[in-house]
Every structure is written in structure tokens, then in C-alpha cells.
Design a protein around this ligand. Sequence first.
Ligand SMILES: [Zn+2]
Length: 127
Amino acid sequence: MHELSITQHILQYALEESEKRGASRVLAIHLKMGPLSGLVPECIQMYLDLLSEGTIAEGAAVKAQVLPLKVRCRDCHAESEITRHSLACPVCQSLRLQLLSGREFYIDGLEVEIHGNQSASSGNGME
Ligand SMILES: [Zn+2]
């Protein structure tokens, strides 16, 4: 369980970004994570609620998107995106797959309020 330290980084990033943009509130934080990152969005939200108390990020929503798993088949060499529910090559049904991604995690963007105007923009990769 490393959501706590990750949430501290997310919050710090959100606050720094908001300050740069002159935002008065953080409305939402968009995250992208691989299915094998081991992170639970609900946990991040819970920690964020605790850590952001008294900051402009208080009440911000965590919006996490789980990315597909990218694999390369060792038999037919096709590169495919699969889900955790069907761990076989979609081309030849082989189970001999090499994992290309799935553990990544990054902040995809922030939604902030700037003097009453809502603004969304993309963030930077983080890990
Ligand atoms: Zn295959």
C-alpha cells in the first residue's frame, strides 16, 4: 500500500500547478494507471480528502482511468491490448505473453477554477 505517499505527490503537484495558473480551487485530478500498478483509486481519493483539508484542493475529485494492458505474443509476435479478464493473445489465443505495459501511473490533468471559470488542461507524466 503506497497510496499515501503517491497521494502526497499528487496533492503537491496539484497545488503547485494551481498556483502557477492562478487557480482558486482544484475541482478534479485526472489520473491514468495501468491495471498492474497496484493502486486503488478509492484509496487515493480517501487520502486526498484527508491531506487536502484546508488547501484549495479540498473536495477535489479523483478521476482515474485504468489503461489497457499491452502485451506482445511470444508465439505470433502480435502486439495487442488486453484486459485482466482475458489473458490470452487475441490473434492466436496463446497464453505466452510478454508484458509491455501495465504498471504505469501518471497525472493526466487537472480541472481547476480560476476566478469562477472552469479550466481543464493536461498535466505532466509522473513516476
Ligand atoms: Zn499470438
